[in-house]
Design a binder for this molecule. Structure first.
Ligand SMILES: [Zn+2]
Length: 97
């Protein structure tokens, strides 16, 4: 199982643009608990934004998300979707290669 990949879950606090803060990550999705928003780190430096409830994609457009690992601005590389699964973000600083 050496190649098994682990998703890291980063709960997010705050819903207002510019005030969203990532809390320490967990490998267990259960730790997301009641958080309304979280990032799933699929590979180092790449994050999928997810929400517990449906959110219109437009509401997330100007969300100034910082990288949970280094604090730099995350760049959305896909569009924001309506629903519970949103844009994919990358951190140019943390991404491998
Ligand atoms: Zn980073």
């Amino acid at each position: 199982m050496a190649n098994m990949s682990f998703i890291r879950y980063h709960p997010l606090q705050g819903m207002d643009s510019g005030s969203i803060k990532a809390l320490p990550p967990s490998l267990d999705k259960k730790d997301i608990g009641n958080f309304p928003l979280w990032l799933e780190e699929i590979v180092p430096g790449a994050f999928r934004l997810r929400s517990a409830e449906d959110i219109p994609g437009n509401d997330l457009k100007d969300t100034g998300l910082g990288c949970p690992n280094c604090g730099r601005h995350l760049k959305a590389i896909s569009r924001h979707w309506d629903g519970k699964v949103h844009a994919l973000y990358i951190c140019a600083n943390c991404k491998e290669g």
